[in-house]
Design a protein around this ligand. Structure first.
Ligand SMILES: Nc1nc2c(c(=O)[nH]1)N[C@H]1C(S)=C(S)[C@@H](COP(=O)(O)O)O[C@H]1N2
Ligand SMILES: [Mo]
Length: 312
């Protein structure tokens, strides 16, 4: 699919799909992200991958958990609205019970899992960084369990190589799905070994509370070393496949969003650098983005021998 945004939009206006919508909306959201977005737009280094170390404060604030307030009020969930600050409001009455997740495809024991069935897996708290492809980040204490436990329970067949995830399709509840621009439902995918990795979670809560609709209630994926868009929300289907599955953002703009979407400061988005990020809740400075979002010791192994500039 061809690029559809006007060439004259500056790379510093970093919210990808909003560029399809009104210019006013872009400005409003840029402002909402605060000083960082504005700084990025103005600083000469903002769009280049080579921000000098002197400008870039290191570590501590990067790892402090964001507040519940921040996590539940700044969201990307295009099924409801493309406005980060409005998702919570628009999604408020989203009905998440009863809910079933179908686990199907190349498995020995396909099945339907309701929330009680999912809660039977041992739920842990994991505090993970989340890095949005747009250039902002948060640190979030999730409650969930490794997806691999569910996958083991259904026994993947030898032919299974990938896992596809699908969000609920319900335009009556999700007004964003009435906009024809996107291909609904939202879909995502992982290689089976990525899906089986212990860091990959199915998540049902934040800060010990059940997920709210804006965060992907009642159950979502969290893959902390990949850009946030891989962490698909409000999942109704998990399908094990032999072929690499289609994914929402890759369908829309394949030259900008690959299947892997591993966080990588050295692989710029075609329209902006990924070398630094603005952490929500800090005063606007940009921090260096880390390879695999800081999880290289755990997951680097998965990409041995791959050219991550091509498998982006
Ligand atoms: N179904 C669905 N899942 C989604 C999205 C979406 O629009 N729809 N947005 C993604 C993006 S771009 C990000 S950054 C994260 C944001 O998660 P959060 O709002 O819980 O922080 O959700 C991801 N999962
Ligand atoms: Mo994102």
């Amino acid at each position: 699919m061809k690029r559809r945004w006007p060439e004259n939009i500056r790379s510093s206006e970093i919210t990808p799909a909003e560029t399809y919508f009104s210019r006013r909306r872009i400005l409003r959201e840029t402002l909402f992200l605060g000083a960082a977005a504005a700084l990025a737009a103005c600083s000469p280094e903002g769009a280049s991958p080579s921000a000098t170390p002197a400008q870039v404060p290191t570590e501590p604030p990067l790892d402090a958990p964001n507040t519940y307030e921040e996590i539940t009020n700044i969201n990307n969930f295009y099924e409801f609205t493309t406005s980060k600050e409005r998702v919570a409001q628009v999604a408020r009455d989203f009905v998440t019970s009863p809910w079933q997740v179908e686990v199907t495809g190349l498995v020995e024991q396909p099945g339907m899992y309701d929330l009680d069935a999912l809660r039977r897996f041992e739920v842990e708290e994991r505090i993970y960084r989340m890095r949005c492809v747009e250039g902002w980040s948060m640190v979030i204490p999730w409650n969930g369990f490794p997806l691999g436990k569910l996958l083991k329970a259904v026994t993947p067949l030898p032919a299974a190589k990938y896992v596809q995830f699908t969000t609920l399709l319900d335009p009556n509840q999700m007004p964003g799905q009435k906009t024809g621009y996107f291909t609904w439902p939202y879909e995502e995918g992982l290689r089976l070994d990525e899906a089986m990795h212990d860091l990959t979670l199915l998540v049902m809560g934040v800060y010990g509370k059940d997920l709210l609709p804006q965060n992907g209630a009642p159950v979502r994926l969290v893959v902390p070393w990949k850009y946030g868009f891989k962490s698909i929300k409000s999942i109704v289907k998990i399908d094990l496949t032999a072929e690499m599955p289609a994914t929402f953002w890759n369908d829309l703009a394949p030259e900008e969003y690959g299947f892997y979407a591993n966080v990588n400061p050295e692989v710029p988005h075609p329209r902006w650098s990924q070398a630094t990020e603005y952490k929500i809740g800090t005063s606007g400075e940009r921090f260096p983005t880390r390879f695999l979002n800081g999880y290289a010791p755990e997951v680097g192994e998965l990409y041995k021998g791959m050219d991550l500039t091509k498998a982006y």
